[in-house]
Design a binder for this molecule. Structure first.
Ligand SMILES: Nc1nc2c(ncn2[C@@H]2O[C@H](COP(=O)(O)OP(=O)(O)OP(=O)(O)O)[C@@H](O)[C@H]2O)c(=O)[nH]1
Ligand SMILES: [Mg+2]
Length: 305
């Protein structure tokens, strides 16, 4: 009997992996994740500690799937919310396949070096993105690169989340480091954030943009109700929590002007997200010390596992 030789059929190899994005507050982690995904999933602001949760962003190509995990900026926590945020960072690093650390070229601190050192013990590929290079001259980039040269990073890449410079190189480097693996999530999935959370975050982003001093840190947004009125109209009710009466007055503004600004900017983004007109109703309530109250934290979606 003739032996039939089994032809070896080349099988497409698929690469995938979980990639936490870590670094100090305000360095541009969320901006980089949004840019790599091509959609705005995580809110961005010029206030440190904008991101409070681990936020997943998924990119699927023919050959690979990147599962990015945007995380809160690493800092020494002073409230239970801060502790929860740092817990989210550690949580995101469990089971990671590759890590992306981000620094801000315009403001390198000892804390950045400390974080880089703490990553040295991790047994996965480590990439460093030097962000905001649109703001500096090439000499500064070289200087910062030299500071991190001995930290054992597999790659150091200068990027700008704002003008897109260096992002395709970053994406190629990440792809080259992903291990062989399955398609963890459906290819049309972009994030694990439910709609109500995305909408609440959009409202918080607009509040962060317009409020000053210590007010933004004490703000939490809860989406109370989302109701489909018709195919073209959604009604939403959300509450903005703050910690003091004086903050409440600032958030509402003169004759409601601040609340109106926050609401109308948020409505624009929410309408784009939902694809319908949105009737957005906002309330402002005081919850003293909610950042240190476990049940308040839970209500606002900051639930420690
Ligand atoms: N010029 C410039 N600004 C940037 C760049 N990337 C981010 N920013 C700005 O830096 C600020 C912080 O950006 P985020 O993406 O919110 O930073 P983050 O690291 O996620 O901050 P936290 O969530 O607070 O830890 C925002 O005002 C961004 O617009 C960049 O490449 N160039
Ligand atoms: Mg962020």
């Amino acid at each position: 009997m003739n032996q039939v030789k089994q032809e070896s059929i080349p099988r497409e190899v698929f690469h995938s992996g979980f990639i936490p994005i870590v670094g100090r507050p305000n360095v541009g982690k969320s901006s980089i994740m949004n840019a790599l995904i091509g959609e705005k999933i995580a809110i961005v602001s010029n206030r440190p500690q904008t991101t409070r949760n681990r936020i997943m962003g998924v990119v699927t190509t023919d050959h690979s799937q990147f599962v990015f995990l945007d995380t809160p900026g690493i800092h020494d926590p002073r409230t239970k919310l801060g502790e929860y945020m740092m817990h989210s960072v550690r949580d995101a690093m469990e089971g990671m396949d590759c890590i992306l650390m981000v620094i801000d070229v315009t403001s390198v601190r000892e804390k950045d070096l400390e974080i880089a050192r703490s990553l040295q013990e991790k047994k996965v590929p480590r990439l460093l993105a030097i962000n905001k290079i649109d703001l500096v001259k090439p000499e500064s980039i070289l200087q910062v690169t030299a500071q991190f040269a001995e930290m054992g990073f597999d790659e150091i890449l200068p990027v700008s989340a704002v003008n897109g410079e260096g992002l395709s190189q970053l994406s190629d480097c990440l792809a080259a480091r992903l291990p062989e693996g399955p398609k963890y999530f459906p290819e049309d999935m972009v994030t694990d954030q439910p709609e109500r959370l995305l909408c609440a975050e959009i409202i918080r982003e607009k509040a962060l943009r317009h409020l000053r001093d210590e007010v933004p840190h004490g703000i939490g947004v809860e989406m109370m109700q989302i109701e489909t009125v018709s195919e073209e109209l959604t009604e939403m009710h959300a509450t903005i929590y703050c910690e003091k009466d004086s903050h409440k007055r600032i958030i509402i503004g003169k004759q409601g002007s601040m609340l109106k600004t926050i609401g109308s900017e948020a409505r624009g983004d929410i309408e784009a997200l939902m694809g319908t007109h949105v009737n957005l109703k906002l309330w402002v309530k005081i919850r003293p010390d909610w950042r240190d109250n476990l049940s308040d934290l839970r209500t606002l979606g900051y639930e420690a596992k």
